[in-house]
Design a protein around this ligand. Sequence first.
Ligand code: FEO
Length: 399
Amino acid sequence: MAEMPMGTLSIAPNVFWVGVKHYNRRLFDGLIPLPHGTSYNAYLVVGKDKTALIDTVNPGFEDVLVDKIKMHADPAKIDYVIMNHAEPDHAFAGKHMLSLAKNAKLVTGAKGKEAAMMYFDIPEDRIIVVDESSKLELGGKTLRFIDAPWLHWPETIFTYLEEDRILFPCDFFGSHIAYGEFYADEYGNELSVDLAKLYFAEIMMPFRKPGANAVEKVKKLGVKMIAPSHGVIWRDPNVILEPYTRWTNEKMKKKVLIAYVSMWGSTEKMAHALWEALVKKGIEVQIYDLTNSDIGHVAKELVDTPVIVVGGPTVLNGIHPVAAYPTMLVKQLRAPTKYAALLTSHGWSGGAIKAVSDLLAGTKIEIIGVVDVKGPPKKPEFEKVMALADTIEEKLKAF
Ligand code: FEO
């Protein structure tokens, strides 16, 4: 199990971070790399009359959560356990908390109620269903709720603490980092936004429309602080609201992503020639050799890149599997990519072109060029690469 420092943090009068920093977790969902670990941020709001716990922690950390709550309140006397989102990294310990606090209720939305009963066997009579008209008065602390469906599960709600103007949006505006600091500005806003972009790409990008709706709702609240349930807390909400506005509204940059894998250098030579040609045209290029790249960073580029160029040789009548992966990601993450191109090579029979076309079928992505070479690339293929650079330059004029 991870290192577990026992501290808590007061983020406002009688509002405490009581979460867990999971420093050595290296993978989320068996898929997402966590180079900086992650945190499960639970928050305790202690009113004059009642106490609420907002979100809980990942399975295995229940006792840590309880010990941290004890520093500020009696866990057996918690009145409300608020479940913004039913994924176990925030909701699993809810059942444990209800078993300790016999009179506590789980507070969630209508869909959250279904999820709590299905995933965690929470009895119906222990659940209070809230909507945007609901308020929980804790005594000098008032909690309201914002409907935020599909961010990133259907049942998601946000909790808003009126007096302190703190928003608790669970995964939304989150990031994966577990080092010693708590606030975005402590790590530096630039690094924090970059990590939030990585998180957005991996988790929220497929849900841009509900995300844009939620961002507009949050802007109307006039929040002073955004306290997600992973990673940094935003003391200046505009630092994260501004990029989230861009990312959810598909604001693109004049940028090209080249993601390639090469076996004997043919694909790589074409990828590098295209890179050089685009850079000479003044176009920003992010290029990833997929054999030594964090796939999360490739996903991050997809947030605001209109053109992706996939490079990969034919292997056994299909695309090299390492090149297939980012192509699948584009589709599964519903990236806002507008145009794609393929650089590929083969020795005796092709197959990569059909494989990539099949992988992108059903998307609105337009394939604007293919350069396929038998054996190593020579002058005719490099001329085709230059022509592809011209086509990309033309397409990017719209951004
Ligand atoms: Fe961090 Fe969707 O749970």
